[in-house]
Design a protein. Structure first.
Lengths: 158, 109
């Protein structure tokens, strides 16, 4: 009887140890993944910030800058590819913000044939700034959905 | 089904709205590839990937411009299978097609 109880206790202890190890492993993995994702998001946000600065410089410059227009297109493309690689991205929700952002920068006043220097108070610049802020906000919101601030600090997404 | 790969058949660096903006503008792409494809009856795959990037003015002129020429959005949707890893590009293109139709109906063009 005593031996059976001891065996059972040993088994329970073993199960608890394995469960504890498993939980620690899963949470540790999640923490590392969270750090990696945060780093990638910060890189995307830096790109977004540079794109905003370049876009404002482009539209307020005295003459059409073809090198800067090419660089902006490449930067926006790189930004979108980076966002698509983030596991937290709900791409469908993000698309509307990406489109609005690209459109604000590259639809009007973006070609040599139509370019004119804009004043710092032009509505197009306001649109660039607000679409940048909205995209940044959406990225951060999706990060919070993926990694909430309460236990277990991550959420499994499809 | 034929395929138009922008990167290999047109340019890896498409840019600009009108032909005066450069040789690889949205207008040039429309005239050279999209208009002939839209006049045909066979479905066409349009592969957008492999280029450095797209400006919205290029996309609007290339695809929205088709509607301003008289092509109907439904006809274009039946003919064109637009593909890209960046799904926002495909959504943006069809938005320009629909907007051009709305503007046309409102008499804005």
């Amino acid at each position: 009887m005593k031996r059976a109880m001891s065996d059972t206790l040993g088994l329970v202890t073993l199960v608890l140890v394995v469960l504890g190890w498993g939980a620690t492993h899963v949470l540790s993995e999640a923490r590392e993944r969270r750090k990696d994702d945060r780093k990638r998001i910060d890189t995307s946000l830096e790109l977004l910030d540079k794109a905003q600065t370049d876009a404002v410089n482009f539209h307020t410059s005295a003459s059409f800058d073809s090198a800067l227009s090419f660089s902006l297109i490449a930067r926006l493309s790189k930004l979108e590819r980076g966002l698509a690689r983030l596991p937290l991205s709900n791409q469908d929700a993000l698309n509307a913000y990406i489109i609005r952002h690209r459109r604000a920068i590259t639809l009007e006043n973006f070609d040599a044939s139509s370019f004119k220097q804009l004043s710092p108070t032009d509505i197009l610049l306001s649109d660039i700034n607000s679409s940048t802020a909205d995209l940044e906000n959406e990225i951060e919101q999706q990060y919070v959905i993926r990694y909430p601030s309460k236990f277990p600090y991550f959420r499994l997404l499809k | 089904m034929s395929t138009i790969k922008v990167a290999t058949t047109f340019s890896r660096y498409p840019a600009g709205r009108f032909s005066q903006d450069g040789p690889f503008s949205g207008e040039a792409f429309r005239r050279k590839f999209l208009e002939p494809a839209a006049r045909g009856e066979k479905p066409v795959i349009i592969e957008l990937d492999g280029v450095r990037g797209y400006g919205s003015s290029f996309l609007e002129e290339a695809f929205g411009g088709l509607v301003r020429l008289g092509f109907k959005p439904a006809q274009l949707r039946n003919l064109f299978d637009i593909r890209s890893e960046r799904s926002s590009l495909v959504a943006e293109i069809w938005d320009y097609v629909d907007r051009a139709q709305t503007a046309d109906e409102a008499g804005d063009v």
